[in-house]
Design a binder for this molecule. Structure first.
Ligand SMILES: Nc1ncnc2c1ncn2[C@@H]1O[C@H](COP(=O)(O)OP(=O)(O)O)[C@@H](O)[C@H]1O
Ligand SMILES: [Mg+2]
Length: 135
């Protein structure tokens, strides 16, 4: 297996710049595997709480934004339970309008994430994101 770090050589610089980026490639070429490995490595290195999750649950609710965003947040919570130590997981969500729901929960998470994890918000295609706290 080609190590994840070698497949996206510009990744660390983009993350450190707090940049958004898109990984675009045909299916079955290793996008998901690479993003999961990179998220794990970032978290292990201790500067970020990085999490891979899918937004695909939202597709089940094309007409219902509230259900869609809450489904995405459930995906975040369940990925965090599997991948992150308890102190790095997001706090329980608060009720806010659907339009700002994900931004609110992600911001609250960043605010309580332990201090040595730096501020970062990154997405690739539809299925990867990271959130962590101000330094
Ligand atoms: N770097 C790699 N080296 C070898 N096999 C890989 C590598 N990355 C992914 N794979 C394998 O290729 C298949 C497709 O990977 P996946 O990450 O699901 O692709 P995508 O998200 O682009 O559709 C999986 O069976 C996975 O285990
Ligand atoms: Mg994939």
């Amino acid at each position: 297996m080609v190590p994840a770090g070698r497949r996206l050589p510009g990744f660390d610089a983009l993350v450190d710049k707090q940049a958004y980026f898109v990984v675009h490639a045909p299916r079955q070429t290793g996008k998901t595997t690479t993003m999961k490995a990179l998220a794990r490595r970032l978290t292990e290195e201790g500067r970020y709480a990085a999490l891979h999750f899918s937004c695909e649950t939202a597709r089940a609710f094309p007409e219902d934004v509230e259900q869609a965003v809450k489904g995405v947040w459930l995906a975040v919570e369940s990925a965090a339970r599997l991948e992150l130590a308890p102190e790095l997981r997001p706090p329980a969500p608060i009720e806010v309008p659907a339009a700002g729901y994900l931004q609110t929960q992600l911001t609250r998470w960043a605010e309580v994430c332990p201090g040595r994890w730096r501020s970062c918000s990154t997405r690739s295609t539809r299925s990867s994101a990271m959130a962590s706290s101000p330094s």
